[in-house]
Design a protein around this ligand. Structure first.
Ligand code: UDP
Length: 318
């Protein structure tokens, strides 16, 4: 391993975002230590890194103490179940990785004098009463509802991160990630992007929850990872939204997927999950100002790439 290279630790490295971040860090010349307990991550996402001398994988649950020898310059805490289905099925693990996992990852950063970046979420805004959402909005979260395990874990993680910054002078950053999509999402993770694309490609009905009038704003993964990297290199310590402000209803999204895939699938309206946010759209003024960042990949381009990925994954000819 090159001795001058900086070392980054990525928790959740075998996950959707963690694996893309790992790829970017390696491309930027970092050594990367990826940690994952493979609860929702998959080694397939990092198998292309086998044999890369700058990458090391550690199978470990970060809710337990993280011991790492040697220098560490950056710690990215990306580990968590992150789709509503996952965190409804894994509520305790979700609470633990947001609380104990964040504490351990912060402890590692403090011990190594490393920069720490927390992957937080637009779920901190809950079912928002302010629209679009600015970082200054405190949110409308039901702490005891089914989504509370994720939302409150991340809100606690933000509080813990700011405490380590204020009381231990750790160089910390917090990214609030809005809906992101792209290759390596899990087909069965229940999120709307893989769900609709998988259903459309397999000719099954598209399961639109509620009447489909709820909105989301979808960011392509390479844009999101670029924003996270920029944030890690800067000196801004308060939370920053990273997401694509292009907003659409879930029903519009379903029709778009039918169009891009050329599918004849019908739409099947299902009950709306409890506490499903009615609107979501990031205000990215702060990211523009502080990071010079804004999304570059259009929705059409990103969706086409993602559909191609799932076609190959499902071995469905174009
Ligand atoms: N959704 C849907 N059908 C699905 C999965 C999700 O209509 O099969 C809706 C869901 O109710 C929500 C939106 O799509 O309003 C985005 O859901 P997702 O699970 O992707 O993430 P969220 O933004 O809720 O965290």
């Amino acid at each position: 391993m090159g001795t001058q290279k900086k070392t980054a630790v990525v928790t959740g490295a075998a996950g959707f975002l963690g694996s893309h971040l790992t790829d970017l860090l390696l491309a930027k010349g970092y050594r990367v230590v990826g940690i994952d307990n493979l609860l929702t991550g998959n080694v397939r996402n990092i198998e292309h890194l086998a044999g890369n001398r700058d990458f090391k994988f550690i199978h470990h649950d970060v809710t337990n103490y993280i011991y790492l020898p040697g220098e560490v310059h950056l710690v990215f805490h990306m580990a968590s179940p992150a789709s509503p289905i996952d965190y409804l099925q894994l509520p305790i693990q979700t609470l633990k990785v947001g609380s104990l996992g964040t504490h351990n990852a912060l402890g590692l950063a403090k011990a190594k004098g490393a920069t720490f970046l927390l992957a937080s979420t637009s779920e901190c805004y809950g079912d928002p009463l302010e629209h679009p959402q600015k970082e200054t909005y405190w949110g409308n979260v039901n702490p005891v509802g089914p989504r509370g395990v994720y939302d409150e874990a991340k809100r606690f993680a933000e509080a813990m991160t700011m405490a380590y910054h204020r009381y231990h002078q750790v160089d910390t950053k917090i990214v609030r990630i809005f809906n992101t999509y792209g290759p390596r999402m899990r087909l069965e993770d229940g999120r709307v992007v893989p769900a609709f694309i998988g259903q459309a490609l397999q000719g099954r009905p598209l399961t639109v929850f509620g009447d489909g009038s709820q909105t989301r704003s979808f960011c392509y993964v390479s844009d999101l990872i670029d924003g996270i990297y920029r944030l890690s290199q800067g000196d801004y310590h308060e939370p920053v939204n990273i997401g694509n402000p292009g907003e659409m209803t879930v029903l519009q999204f379903a029709n778009k997927i039918l169009e891009v895939t050329g599918s004849k699938s019908v739409i099947d309206f299902r009950p709306l999950p409890v506490d499903d946010p009615k609107v979501r759209r990031p205000d990215i003024t702060l990211a523009r100002q502080k990071l010079g960042w804004e999304p570059k990949v259009s929705f059409d381009e990103g969706i086409r790439k993602t559909v191609t990925y799932f076609r190959n994954f499902l071995e469905i000819p174009a």
